[in-house]
Design a protein around this ligand. Structure first.
Ligand SMILES: Cc1ncc(COP(=O)(O)O)c(C=O)c1O
Length: 395
């Protein structure tokens, strides 16, 4: 029967990673895959994670199953962290641990499919490449709203609002990046979050907030501002969070799905749905990474250490943004220079054509996606001058 299968194209970002690994140029620059790298180019395990792992090795006394919605303490600590422990929305929220941010997005999509199968999910143009397959393969319709202007390198906020107002129907879902928009790095301002929340309520639209990089933008408070604002204004909010980047737990697959409901009774039903949906797909989420997050967030010393390590990653990326911005601030590079320093998180999308991105790869061993997305953490003090010169030369 397997002869009937057709080959699938390799994932573009994995193919880019492999091409970079095979490149023998000692000066190659890898700006492809979305993982944080330190100044030596390594993606290390955080000290807080290592210490938690040592403690947990002694403390863990069973490997029996946890539950279909995972570790309840993990869900509680994560929600407190993201929403604030005194957020009134916490009294009407359902949450489940998920297999990474991707698992959370999928559980969210499955819940929407069960509750409102005809809803359309609106995603930004552009959005994280995996949003569309992850959500649409749950059987949901997807459409897009304008977001990033490739000329100004900022958010086309008025167009975004006007498009949603004119095209989204009551009951639809709007997928939003809570902070550090992937792939553009262009986020909404505080004022824009407020205006968006008002529009969502007026049009009876539900926000679906993907929070994959919180803590890596400007600050924990700033990175969760938009989500908190939505929970103050909108009656229902869907949240998919990942601990892959901010805890550097990538392969442990740690994520959270939550829905703020209109009341506590509905939240209890939504939680039972999460358990039933997860049971049908993977039965239960993996425990180890979530247990480490619990260990870190519930221990004052480890939590402090994690916060410091998170600040270090964030500050390093802000510093690299400043340096790349300075290097690009010459004739022809001014817009890029201003955008790179103002954008947030791991990514920026430069105004390069696929041909220019390919030229950078073939002639300069600089690896970025064909859309011009760069991983800021792939730059360093030594390679920034060469990178800026190469980018300006292909413009
Ligand atoms: C915007 C966005 N959402 C979700 C994810 C999912 O992350 P993971 O499934 O690795 O936790 C990513 C990962 O790159 C992402 O960029």
């Amino acid at each position: 029967m397997f002869e009937a299968l057709t080959p699938q194209p390799a994932d573009a970002i994995i193919a880019l990673m492999q091409a970079c690994q095979a490149d023998t140029n000692p000066d190659k620059i890898d700006l492809g895959v979305g993982v944080y790298k330190d100044a030596t180019g390594a993606t290390t395990i955080l000290k807080a994670v290592k210490q938690a792992e040592q403690l947990w090795w002694n403390e863990e006394d069973t490997k029996t199953y946890v539950s279909t919605t995972g570790n309840a303490e993990f869900c509680r600590l994560m929600l407190d962290l993201m929403l604030g422990a005194d957020n009134p929305a916490l009294t009407r929220i359902a949450a489940s641990q998920a297999a990474g941010g991707s698992g959370a997005l999928r559980l969210g999509a499955e819940l929407i499919k069960a509750a409102s199968p005809n809803a359309t999910i609106w995603a930004s143009t552009p959005t994280w490449a995996n949003h569309i397959p992850l959500i649409s393969s749950a059987g949901l319709k997807m459409d897009s709203y304008p977001y990033y202007n490739r000329e100004t390198l900022g958010v086309d906020f008025e167009d975004m609002l006007a498009h949603l107002e004119a095209n989204a129907k009551a009951g639809d879902i709007v997928l939003l990046h809570g902070c550090c928009h992937n792939p553009t790095g262009a986020d909404l301002s505080h004022d824009e979050w407020g205006r968006l929340a008002d529009l969502l309520v007026a049009q009876n639209l539900t926000p679906f907030v993907d929070l994959a990089y919180f803590g890596l933008g400007r600050s924990m408070d700033d990175d969760t501002y938009g989500l908190r604002k939505l929970t103050q204004i909108c009656p229902e909010v869907i949240i998919a969070a990942s601990c892959s980047k901010n805890f550097a737990l990538y392969r442990e697959r740690v994520g959270l799905i939550a829905v703020v409901c209109k009341d506590a009774d509905t939240a209890a039903i939504a939680k039972s749905q999460f358990g039933a949906i997860q049971r049908k797909i993977i039965s239960m989420p993996p425990d180890h990474g979530a247990a480490l997050v619990v260990r870190i967030l519930s221990d004052e010393t480890l939590r402090q250490l994690w916060m410091e390590e998170l600040s270090e990653m964030r500050d390093r990326m802000r510093d690299l943004r400043r340096k790349l911005s300075e290097a690009l601030n010459v004739q022809g590079g001014e817009t890029m220079s201003a955008a790179v320093v103002n954008q947030n998180g791991m990514f920026s999308t430069l105004p390069l054509s696929p041909m220019q991105a390919i030229k950078l790869r073939e002639e300069y061993s600089i690896y970025m996606t064909n859309s011009g997305r760069i991983n800021i953490a792939g730059t360093n003090n030594e390679n920034i001058p060469r990178l800026a010169t190469a980018i300006l030369s292909v413009l």
